[in-house]
Design a protein around this ligand. Sequence first.
Ligand SMILES: [Ca+2]
Ligand SMILES: [Ca+2]
Length: 528
Amino acid sequence: MSLSFSRSIVAVACATLALGAAQAADTEPATGFTRVIVGFKAGTEPGARAAVALSRGRVARELPSVAAMAVELPEQALAALRRNPNVAYVEEDTKRYPLSLAAPSSAPYASGQLEPWGIRAVQAHQMPSGDALTGNRRVCIIDSGYAMGHEDLPGTNRVSGYNGNLPWAQDGDGHGTHVAGTIAALNNAGTGVVGVNAGGNLNLYIVRVFGDSGAWAYSSTLVDAATRCENAGANVISMSLGGSRSNRTEQRKFDQLAAANILSIAAAGNDGNNRVSYPAGYASVVSVAAVDVNNAKASFSQFNSDVEISGPGVGVLSTVPNGQGLLGSLNAGGLVVEAFPFEGSPQLTRSGALFDMGIGDAVNAGASGKVCLIARGTVDFVTKVSNCQASGGVGAVIYNNAPGAFSGTLGTTVTSIPSVSISQADGTALLARTGQATTVGVGAANYAYFDGTSMATPHVSAVAALVWSYFTPAAPTAGRTCTAAQLRNSLNRSARDLGTAGRDTSFGFGLVQARAAYDRIVSLGCGN
Ligand SMILES: [Ca+2]
Ligand SMILES: [Ca+2]
């Protein structure tokens, strides 16, 4: 009890003094205690504080902008506190969770700059002046922090933040850094990926609420974080997080932000059912569903009448803290190919001439010292890789026998050469390069593939900032300017309709489209 209380009190003091010292992540109340948010009425704050003190409760977080405070107090004191005339309401301090799936679909990134599929899907590259104007916008990311110093992310000239829980410029979890990369990974030849706003112009503000693993945060922490975004001048707040129960303090905060011309965007949730997640579920917050590369609803994406718009959320390649990803790499005679490591492959990089080993169903002395190029089918992956290895091959590349990419496993068999999978199209391209010097590898990387409505959300947040940047008082393209509410309408009305005609519970208005929104605003005005 004393530990969590003292940490919380330290945090409040630091916030007041703006010292920026780190606190721990949110923690459970002590046994016998409960965590609630207490709202007070105009003029009754002293009485409400006295009631909390009388109940042996301690203030864990101040929320002055919504006339409330988060409190930890003995469970048996709750009933009396609810009845106190100085108290407007008492509600559970509900938990909010990051909304990527527990096991990211770890797969590859080769050594050239790759364009994640979602970038083109949201029309990020079709804007008339790219993201050159986004220096007039600021996106606030509430998440697990930001890997400052990452080779493919903007630095301190564009990014600042607040140590809500733990230092904002670090990210032991990777979730927040992945979200940030989708919004703003840099267009820098030969390095990593690109984000929706890749020019390094967009301003980011990072508020860290999650710890390094298994994270959650209280709704009061989220209210405080959103207030930090507001105070930092954010135009868009991106929240790849949520929980299953609503919270009136939170709702009040997001209603305030909407009135203050700030667009709040949150994940619809990953439980694959029709429940509503919060904060996405508040009317003042945009709820984002996830689609895959074929524009099908992601199986995990929650569906309900609150779902408003969709973004790419399956197999999303983005930045993670250095070395935290595991990817394949493949370079055949200078051709860089997207390669996915087989589960069970050793982390090695090997080079040799490229050798066509057919379907790899037998040992072939011709493969000795070479990289085996093998077609999928007939025999299992581990047999193909083992035959390459037994032939003296230095690495194995298995290409698909149907359109698209795939990933596979070697099961429990231990192999000593790196092995990766590639798409059928890339296999065809490589068959024309047999004999050329080829390097294949599996290893730690600064990029990873994640799935989740957490990944869909930053696509929408980034497009919102990108489109909005064209229609501000500083840059009123075609004389048009947008409020947050107008922009929200324009994004919805220009979305690419998916599924059943019109708005539906799986996709909302459809897949967010940057250029279509821009064109619509130019021709019809914002919000129409
Ligand atoms: Ca890049
Ligand atoms: Ca539809």
